[in-house]
Each structure stands twice: as structure tokens, then as C-alpha cells.
Design a protein around this ligand. Structure first.
Ligand SMILES: *[C@@H]1O[C@H](CO)[C@@H](O)[C@H](O)[C@H]1NC(C)=O
Ligand SMILES: *[C@@H]1O[C@H](CO)[C@@H](O)[C@H](O)[C@H]1NC(C)=O
Ligand SMILES: *[C@@H]1O[C@H](CO)[C@@H](O)[C@H](O)[C@H]1NC(C)=O
Ligand SMILES: *[C@@H]1O[C@H](CO)[C@@H](O)[C@H](O)[C@H]1NC(C)=O
Length: 520
């Protein structure tokens, strides 16, 4: 009986759900963000919606209900091609936020000039679009499609929100206990830490808004002089989906228009691990450590002293094995220890879920570390750039990772870290608990995202919107109310003091003057 009801429910749900046409614009040139956005888009396509995706990353094989529209701009190839020198020159010493607004913001808005975008602007889509999904990072000019097509806009953030993101949906970013996303992880902040958090947040919010304001001109140039400016478009968002999660980022206030769907990209849809590698992993009876610096970095281009330390420390671990990513292994110095095996590309989630895995050495990229948490594998983090430092610090505070800096890594430090992560049970045990919390929820992150996206299409762009979006910051923070109350209190104190003085003056000659007493 129960299962009949169950199937009827499924059938009814199936009947109710419409097929919508959705435009997805992903102007970001890096694979890391794209994993999140592509899984979101494919999930919507599998749900029966028609998805048109404008990005730098077309699907290799056609995907049903999913149409690629490609930015015809050739990018420098970074996947498996970032050397140590390149990253030192381009990432290490640069102001992170300046790089975001300039290279990953304003420069990407040049994509508005491409034929594919011009055609999208000029044609009458048939059937018409129901929704626009656009990445929230630094190139917000593309939100103008929402206004142009007269459809609600949903923002996708492949990380937790940056300091300038909360305003857009009127989210209360409680700076008393939520350090902003650019700062290192802080718990139980002292007065000075809270002050720093507030000043830093406001500074970078102004900085971002100032440097991205030229995007308004670009919008007007391509969408017409009546098109709204970039700030106005940001405040018109219907919903933001972020890659953060209660189990990892901790409790924080969120308005209904900000939905956390951390872990959405973790879909086991990769091909199998190649047979020879799988055989080696299967035969690693004493376990293996998985070691990768992510999709771009070439470990073989690191300075010799760093590689020497790695060879010595990791070599000593035998019979425990190390499965290490090296895109061009022939460039590694000679003498690679026998317990290390290299690979160039691997279905990562399948390796993290292999029964013989014992630990993960990572650069701290958000996607990979979330996969490790999902698979309950403790980590050694060696952050290189961008958000990797804050990610690793957060995991260290949760006791699921150990941090090492490649700039001052010695054999004894690495020995110690490896020994701890392999033999101190606290890391594996806390990792299991965090992992269980991460996977525990009423719906999967992908289903949650799809639910709220369809909700916005059904009920319109203001359905989830907080009234705070239309108020000044000082009204939302009740600064005016507190100032009024303070002034009122001061006036009451002042008037009371005056009255008391006045009364005591009147009474005093009669009561207090010894002279008057004598007269009486
Ligand atoms: C494509 O969308 C249609 C509805 O528009 C749906 O019936 C079909 O199952 C979808 N195809 C796949 C492979 O998900
Ligand atoms: C790989 O990176 C180097 C810079 O480090 C660059 O000059 C080269 O063009 C890149 N390779 C490709 C195929 O883009
Ligand atoms: C923060 O405070 C709570 C409650 O007092 C405490 O349990 C926790 O350990 C503290 N965290 C840190 C990192 O000090
Ligand atoms: C490796 O082990 C798995 C699970 O035990 C098994 O299914 C697979 O066939 C093995 N593969 C090889 C190549 O040994």
C-alpha cells in the first residue's frame, strides 16, 4: 500500500513540474569554479529543463537538454600547465582583490563584445527564456541579460560569499561572529578582531564597488542607454546559491534569498579509474596517500629543495604508498622513491573513495577539499594562492587537517605532519563526524538548488527578497534608531539635572541657609 502511495506521489510531482528554458552565463575562465556551475546546469537539464550555457568550457560529448554557446576567446592554457614560476609571478605577490576586479571582473566583461553574446542580445528567443543564471564573482555585467529578457536572475557563487556579496540580497552578514571570506578563519573574536573584521569588510566592499563601476558603462553600451547600472542589477537578484555548508562553515544568518548548497558539485559521474592505476591502488595493502595540487599546478616545476624534502619524507613511508599527480613526470628530478606512483589526470572522487586511502595532501582548493570531507579523508594542506589559505585554516581549526607551508617546509616538519595524520586517530575521527554532518540533510544540495530555482520561476523575482534590499545600510543596522535613543536619553538626563538643580536652588535658601534659620 505504502509503495503505491509513493509512486502516486512521484507521478503527481512529475505531472506538476514544468519544463523551463534557462539561460546560464558563466564568464569565468577557470575549471575550479566551473565544476560547481556545470554540475548545477547538468542537474537542471536532467530535471527536464532546457539549458543554454554560455561558457569557456563546452561539453566534449553532447549532453541531453543542454546546449553550449561558447565564448570564442582563447585563454592561456592553465589546466595541467601552471608552473611554479608562473604562479609566483602572477598570483603570489598580487593584491588578490585587485586581481579579481580587474582580470576576473572588468576584463571578462569584454565578453559582451563577442558575437555569441551580441546574437543573444539581438534575437527573440523562441520559446522565450524563463530565467537567467549567472556566476556571482566579479563580472556582474552579465546580469543585464535578466533585465533585457525580463526574467528573474539567480546568482551562483562557487565559494562562500565575498564581502561584497551579502548586500545584493540584503543578507545580514553578522560581523560579530562571521569573519569575512577574505580573512583567515577566526573563532570567538576579540574586540580588536571584530573591529578589524568590520573595517576590512567595509573597505573591500567599497573597493569592489569602486573598481567594478565601469561595468555600468559597458552594460549601457551593449544593452542600450536605458539599461540599469551594475549595482542596480545586483540588487535585483532573486536568489543566490552559494557553495558553503553548515557542517563546514558553521552556523550563520541567511535570508531566504541566500541558500547554501555546499557540496553540490560532488556527483559521481566520472569514468572509472584506469585499470593499471586501480590495480596498484588495490594492491596498496598498507594504504596510500593521495597527493595533488589541483587541476592546474605542475608539482615537477617546484624548486629542487622542496622536491628533495618530499622525496625523502614520502620515501620513508614505505610500505605505505603515495599516488601523486605530476602532469609531466619526466621533468621530475631523478630518484623518485619506489613507493610513489605518478599520474597526469584521475577521477578524483573515485580515488578519495577508494578503500585503501589513508590521507590527502592538497593545495587546499575548495572543490577537492569538499570532496575529501565528503569521503572522510583527513588532509595535509599546503596552500598556494587565493582562498586556499583560509580553507586550510578552517579545516585546521576543525581538526580535520594539518597545515604546512611549502616556503619553510623541512623534512622533520613534513615527517611530523605525516606521522600525525596517519597515526593520530583524532583527525580521522573528527573527519568522520564532519563528513556525516556534511551529508545529512532533508534533500541533496543539487535538489535543494533545483527546488529554489523552480520556486523563483513559479513565484517571481521578489518572492524570496528581503525588504532590507530597499533600505539604507544605516536603517538596516538601526543606526538611526540607536542615535535617536541615545540623544533622547541624553536630553532626559540633561533636563532632569537642570530641573533638580533648579528645584534645589529654589528650596535651598529656605532649608539650608543657617542665616535664614536664625531669622526664623
Ligand atoms: C529532456 O527534457 C524533457 C522535457 O523537456 C524530458 O522529458 C527528458 O527526460 C529530458 N531528457 C533527459 C535525458 O533528461
Ligand atoms: C602553458 O603555460 C605557459 C606559461 O607558463 C604558456 O606560455 C603556454 O602557452 C601554455 N601552454 C598552452 C598550450 O597554452
Ligand atoms: C569558542 O568558545 C566556545 C564556547 O566558549 C568554546 O567551546 C570553543 O572551544 C572556543 N573556540 C576557540 C577556537 O577558542
Ligand atoms: C580493485 O578492487 C575493486 C574492489 O575491491 C574491484 O572491484 C576491482 O575489480 C579491482 N580492480 C583491479 C584492476 O584490481
Amino acid at each position: 500500500m505504502k509503495w503505491i502511495l509513493y509512486y502516486m506521489l512521484i507521478w503527481l510531482l512529475g505531472k506538476q513540474s514544468h519544463s523551463y528554458r534557462i539561460l546560464v552565463v558563466l564568464p569565468f575562465p577557470g575549471l575550479s569554479h566551473m565544476q560547481f556551475h556545470l554540475q548545477m546546469s547538468k542537474g537542471l537539464a536532467r530535471h527536464g529543463h532546457q539549458i543554454d550555457v554560455v561558457s569557456f568550457f563546452p561539453q566534449k560529448k553532447p549532453y541531453p537538454n543542454y546546449t553550449d554557446l561558447v565564448f570564442p576567446i582563447s585563454l592561456p592554457k592553465l589546466v595541467n600547465n601552471m608552473t611554479y614560476e608562473f604562479f609566483q609571478e602572477n598570483f603570489r605577490n598580487q593584491d588578490q582583490v585587485y586581481y579579481y576586479v580587474d582580470s576576473l571582473g572588468n576584463a571578462l566583461c569584454q565578453g559582451l563584445e563577442t558575437e555569441v553574446v551580441k546574437e543573444l542580445i539581438s534575437r527573440q528567443p523562441n520559446p522565450p527564456y524563463n530565467l537567467l543564471i549567472v556566476e556571482i564573482f566579479a563580472a556582474h555585467c552579465f546580469m543585464a541579460f535578466g533585465h533585457h529578457l525580463k526574467v528573474p536572475v539567480v546568482g551562483l557563487s562557487s565559494s562562500a560569499l565575498y564581502p561584497w556579496g551579502n548586500d545584493m540580497v540584503g543578507n545580514p552578514p553578522n560581523l560579530a561572529f562571521v569573519p569575512n571570506n577574505l580573512l583567515e578563519h577566526m573563532e570567538n573574536m576579540s574586540f580588536w578582531q571584530r573591529l578589524y573584521n568590520v573595517l576590512h569588510t567595509y573597505y573591500y566592499r567599497m573597493y569592489f564597488n569602486y573598481y567594478t563601476s565601469p561595468q555600468s558603462d559597458m552594460i549601457k553600451k551593449y544593452f542600450g542607454p536605458d539599461a540599469p547600472g551594475v549595482r542596480e542589477l545586483e540588487h535585483d537578484l532573486a536568489l543566490i546559491l552559494t557553495n558553503s555548508h553548515l557542517a563546514i562553515n558553521g552556523p550563520r544568518p541567511t535570508t531566504p534569498a541566500l541558500v547554501e548548497v555546499g557540496g553540490l558539485h560532488i556527483q559521481d559521474d566520472d569514468p572509472e579509474i584506469p585499470a593499471d592505476h586501480l590495480k596498484w591502488l588495490n594492491e596498496s595493502k598498507d594504504g596510500f596517500i593521495y597527493f595533488t595540487f589541483g587541476s592546474m599546478m605542475q608539482i615537477e616545476s617546484f624548486p629542487k629543495p622542496v622536491l628533495d624534502v618530499l622525496y625523502k619524507s614520502l620515501g620513508k613511508l614505505a610500505p605505505i604508498r603515495v599516488f601523486m599527480k605530476a602532469p609531466q613526470p619526466e621533468k621530475l628530478p631523478p630518484g623518485l622513491p619506489k613507493n610513489i606512483r605518478t599520474f597526469t589526470w584521475i577521477p578524483q572522487l573515485k580515488v578519495l573513495r577508494h578503500k585503501n586511502i589513508r590521507a590527502f595532501i592538497t593545495h587546499g582548493g575548495l572543490m577537492g577539499t569538499q570532496e575529501a570531507i565528503h569521503s572522510a579523508v583527513p588532509m595535509i594542506g599546503m596552500p598556494l594562492f587565493a582562498d586556499q589559505f583560509t580553507n586550510v585554516d578552517l579545516y585546521v581549526s576543525k581538526k580535520i587537517a594539518i597545515r604546512l607551508d611549502y616556503t619553510d617546509m623541512t623534512e622533520s616538519k613534513l615527517d611530523h605532519a605525516l606521522n600525525e595524520i596517519l597515526h593520530n586517530p583524532i583527525y580521522k575521527e573528527t573527519m568522520k563526524k564532519v563528513s556525516e554532518k556534511f551529508k545529512d540533510g532533508p534533500m541533496s544540495p543539487l535538489d535543494t538548488a533545483i527546488y529554489w530555482i523552480e520556486y523563483v520561476i513559479r513565484h517571481g523575482k521578489t518572492a524570496l527578497r528581503s525588504p532590507a534590499v530597499n533600505m539604507y545600510w544605516w536603517q538596516v543596522a538601526l543606526v538611526d534608531v540607536y542615535v535617536f535613543l541615545t540623544i533622547t536619553a541624553l536630553i532626559i538626563v540633561f533636563v532632569t539635572v537642570k530641573i533638580i538643580r533648579f528645584i534645589s536652588k529654589i528650596l535651598s535658601p529656605a532649608v539650608n541657609t543657617p542665616h535664614s534659620k536664625k531669622v526664623n
